[in-house]
Design a protein around this ligand. Structure first.
Ligand SMILES: [Zn+2]
Length: 275
């Protein structure tokens, strides 16, 4: 690993400058006003993969169905380095879109003007900008680790990158993209560059992250206030009904009680748990 580490040390300032440049683009996928910025970020990420030494870099168009109609999505950036087909292939997943920065008055510096500062929590200094730790920072770190290994001829396996632009809006186009590109994305291991580390000096790999399922439930009741003396107890209050429904979703051990909810969940094996 020594040559790669030397490469990182020699290029540290450039790596940092490039990341700060990426953080300056407000790639807010949830707000159509920032569409051009999101698309520009996609191009910057693609170029950074090319510069890092990835082959077959593509800005892949995506789409999904909404209300029965096809809707364009933000592109997925793909790139690869296949050094030996017999070696395992690692696919790095990340996303280049960011959450909206509201509420702005809680920021001590503008969200898209990155600053490096020391705080109580970050005595060694940290970058403060929207996306710095979700997920431009992490995705970029993997691109730079890849670059260091490519440029020093120390890459030990094949690598593929798949970096999407809709993670912060629920990835509506990602599933259709993956289904259409199974062969292109085929790999032995997926490395999700969208998690965190326990501490700066503890490299950490997160195994098994939770998904997200949500729905909107509307409970309607009487069309006017009802007199408690006449109707109290006889007519259910929608708030009480709703509270009861929510309460029934989880048992006293925190287990979700919806029938079938755990059907597709795989339990870890003893081998998985082994450090
Ligand atoms: Zn993320």
């Amino acid at each position: 690993m020594k040559p790669a580490q030397d490469f990182i040390a020699q290029n540290k300032q450039r790596f940092l400058d490039e990341l700060l440049e990426l953080l300056r683009i407000p790639s807010i996928s949830a707000d159509p006003k920032y569409k051009d910025d999101v698309l520009r970020t996609a191009q910057v990420v693609a170029q950074s993969l090319r510069d890092a030494g990835a082959d077959n870099v593509e800005v892949c168009p995506t789409s999904h169905k909404k209300d029965g109609k096809a809707k364009d999505g933000y592109p997925v950036i793909y790139g690869e380095k296949i050094i030996d087909k017999k070696l395992p292939t690692v696919l790095v997943y990340g996303h280049y879109d960011v959450q909206p920065p509201d509420p702005l008055d809680l920021w001590t510096s503008p969200p898209f003007e990155p600053v490096i500062k020391k705080t109580k929590v970050h005595p060694q200094g940290a970058i403060f900008a929207r996306g710095s730790c979700d997920d431009k920072g992490q995705a970029y770190m993997h691109i730079k680790a890849f670059e260091a290994m490519v440029k020093t001829n120390t890459l030990p396996c094949n690598v593929k990158f798949c970096i999407e632009g809709e993670e912060e809006v629920g990835s509506p186009s990602f599933r259709p993209f993956v289904e259409k590109n199974k062969k292109k994305l085929a790999c032995d291991v997926v490395l999700c560059a969208d998690t965190s580390i326990i501490a700066n000096d503890v490299p950490s790999i997160t195994t098994g992250v939770r998904g997200l399922a949500y729905l909107q439930v509307e409970v309607t009741g009487p069309n006017r206030d009802l007199h408690s003396g006449v109707y109290g107890g006889g007519v259910a209050n929608p708030i009480n009904v709703l509270a009861g429904m929510i309460d029934k979703l989880i048992d006293k051990n925190g287990k979700i009680t919806i029938p079938g909810f755990y059907d597709d969940v795989l339990n870890e094996s003893k081998k998985d748990r082994k450090p």
